[in-house]
Design a protein. Sequence first.
Length: 257
Amino acid sequence: MANSLFSYLYRGLMISGHQLLALLAFPLLLALGMHYLARLLQNRGMHLIGEKPFLYLTAPGTAIHELSHAIFCLVFFHKIKSITLFQMGKDNLLGCVVHTYNPRNPWHQVGNFFIATGPIWLGCAALYGLLLLMGWSNALVDVRPWGAWLTSLGKSAWALPFHDWQLYVGLYLFLCVGSHVTLSPPDLRAAWGGAVAVVLAWIFINWATLWAAWDLTQHAVTWFLPWIHKGCLAMLVALVLELVLLLVVSLLGLVRR
């Protein structure tokens, strides 16, 4: 009896670990890359044109960043006390969403993870939409190997309508959003606490449903994976574009010396 119970619990843990890795590992790895690249781009951009001009220039990205937090607050029933989409305040605080929740409510605790990391998920959705509007749909097709995908990305870039002003508006908004797919120290602290709640909730759901062979979490994985895949492709394109932009900004900074 004890061996059977241990085997059941162990199986639930292993299934949960594999599913969560499949859903979150690659997006979070890409998000980490975007976070550090965006920070580097911000630093170089501020050095090139000044801190305030750069922050004002990319203010739409700050607004989308804060809206991402607010939208997930609504989804997880946190009470929003105030929203500041953009400001030039003290301590480099560009915007904030002040919200409250019940620590005893599991749904609220799980929500802390998604609220804190909201700029990753909704930021990627915004980047995906901008790529479609700019005509880069070919870059969002899964092409393997990676060399073929980069070739497809280059062909898509070469075929862009460079005479169309709407393309440059799209690239500007892409820069704004991409440079703010970052997490502040308070975001990271809240995400860590929420991540523990997400993992525990996922494990308990598996333990509660495995005996009935419902595969509830596997259905969730099957439904979410295509959307996560699209988001990852958008993040990859964003990383490539931000690397190019970082190179341009760095070269301009060298010219100004």
